[in-house]
Design a binder for this molecule. Sequence first.
Ligand code: SF4
Length: 311
Amino acid sequence: MHSIIENYYDPNKQVMVGLTEKELNIVKSAIKLLPLPHEKVYLERDLSFSYDEGVKYSQRTDLYDARERVPEIIDFKTMKDFRFALDERDLTQNIQVLSYANAVLGEVEAVRVSHLQIALEVVEPPRKVSIELSRDYVKEKWEQAEERFFKPMLKSRRLPIVDVEARVGKACEDYGGCWHKEHCELSRKGGDFMAVIRDKNEKKEEKKEVEIKKELNKISCLFVDCAPMKGSIQPVLFSDFIEEILTALCEKAGVEDWRLIEFGKGRGFVAIALRKVTLPEYMVINTKEDLSSTALEVLVGRSENVVWGSK
Ligand code: SF4
């Protein structure tokens, strides 16, 4: 329903096409409660602001109408029925409403905050519940919210994550059942917040690995203990190539020689670096060189062709 209404503000979209009769009636009634498209009516307006200690409070509202001296923030709320919809009084206490208001009250004296309430399982048409809030009121309420919610949240942020056991599955059944339940990952995992985080981290790692693999190039031809004598190929010498890598590794470890990196772990770090760096098209390596055995373990796998010289 959100996107159907949003299409109304896009001159390139046809709003009423392909809707059922019921949807059509809902959309028509909803649109009557909204401002006409205008250059000062913004969709998905970013109302983020910075909070204490570099924390960003991120939020977006569905619609921001800045045509009047008192702007209006409108959020679309889709629900089964109006049983648990907020009324004007609820809006004055609602933390989301206050955070929206707080985001814009630096620029204006007062703001109107509205819920466009759309119930999908009743015959009643959508309705708009609205309240105007003054800067002083929001300031006072916001300070209370900081004490009650944000300061404790920031404090708990510093706790080691293993100490947190959040189980919120119970909430999915409240107020007649959460609207997002069908596609909510947290609900699917029985409200086990940590399982969702673990899953997300694993997916992130997998993605990273795929990206790294995608970026890695290959040496067209690696010459081991030999070098092309004819033709225009100008291979890079491994000894030159590795110099820059060793300097960077030594600088990072704060030592002068790669052999001193973390008490003998230098070879391992070189191998890791060679697995990640961009390689030249052609390279010559001499097996009598320092680090050649470590390098070959990686470079042979990262070469399309290897020419082995005989000594
Ligand atoms: S966990 Fe998901 S389904 Fe449960 S209340 Fe939260 S958003 Fe709704």
